[in-house]
Write a protein that binds this ligand. Structure first.
Ligand code: SF4
Length: 272
């Protein structure tokens, strides 16, 4: 994988640094809103540093969400949990082909092929499709495992519009989530999710709550609302706004600062 979203010094890690491989890459989701068995794949949220010193950013399109991110607090920060998620990332970065092969092979296991209904895999309960090569690997995995249903939230709008929307795998359901730097690329009518202060405010806005089942991320209507997690400092910071509104305000502030510095865009000389 190459480009700016890749950790700064992640060209290759010596074999001796390789992370131990868990027998199963996917974990069962434990959540009050997981009404049936759902498996998940997790990366560490946003930016950090691997134990070998490399820095990373798994959410290159994160905007205001990074300051209100449930996956940057609580149990996600326990050292054993963070280390497990970093191991996942390290495996993808250092041995992408081996990771892809293991994931594809693992998905043949009977636990992902229950009788009756298909198995569901949520790709990322934190982190995002941080690099085009990584997304391409997942697209190959989806197509190699047509009996499993995969779903994701993503803020990588430009990448998905370009690489996924024209030819999406039949077993992959995705939805854009507001609060990222590419919010303005989300076209009305696309499946999306916004984080609201509470159930009442999302209902008042005509959204359907995700709370009863995580699978609403896959099968829910175009307008899915997520009530904010009960994390006191985040709730205070979010106030009565949605992530979409907070991001819009942040974008407007940024533009105002730029205009103050450079003058209005219309008066700036055009490049040849
Ligand atoms: S994109 Fe998701 S995981 Fe990443 S910082 Fe934002 S809320 Fe957290």
């Amino acid at each position: 994988m190459t480009n700016a979203s890749k950790p700064e010094t992640a060209e290759s890690a010596p074999a001796s640094n390789a992370s131990p491989r868990p027998r199963f890459l996917l974990r069962e989701m434990r959540s009050s809103c997981a009404t049936q068995r759902i498996w998940k794949w997790t990366l560490p949220a946003f930016a950090g540093r691997l134990p070998d010193g490399r820095t990373y950013n798994t959410c290159p399109s994160a905007g205001i969400c990074k300051d209100l991110c449930y996956a940057r607090t609580g149990t996600f920060r326990f050292s054993n949990v963070l280390r497990a998620h970093q191991n996942n990332l390290q495996y993808v970065l250092d041995e992408p082909q081996a990771w892809e092969e293991q994931m594809t092979e693992e998905l043949k296991h009977p636990r992902y092929h229950p009788k009756g209904s298909p198995a569901h895999v949520r790709v990322h309960d934190s982190g995002d499709f941080f690099h085009e090569d990584y997304l391409e690997a997942w697209l190959r995995i989806f197509r190699a495992t047509p009996d499993v249903v995969f779903y994701s939230y993503t803020k990588m709008v430009e990448l998905f519009e370009r690489r996924v929307r024209p030819d999406p795998p039949a077993n992959f359901r995705y939805r854009y989530s507001y609060g990222g730097t590419q919010d303005e690329l989300i076209v009305p009518g696309r499946n999306h999710a916004d984080v609201f202060p509470d159930e009442e405010s999302l209902e008042a806005a005509g959204y359907t709550s995700q709370a009863p089942s995580d699978l609403r991320g896959a099968y829910g209507p175009e307008t899915l609302g997520i009530p904010a997690n009960n994390i006191a400092q985040y709730k205070r910071r979010q106030g009565s706004s949605t992530f979409r509104a907070l991001q819009r305000a942040a974008n407007a502030e940024k533009r105002a600062r730029q205009e103050k510095r450079n003058g209005p865009a219309s008066r700036r000389p055009k490049a040849d």
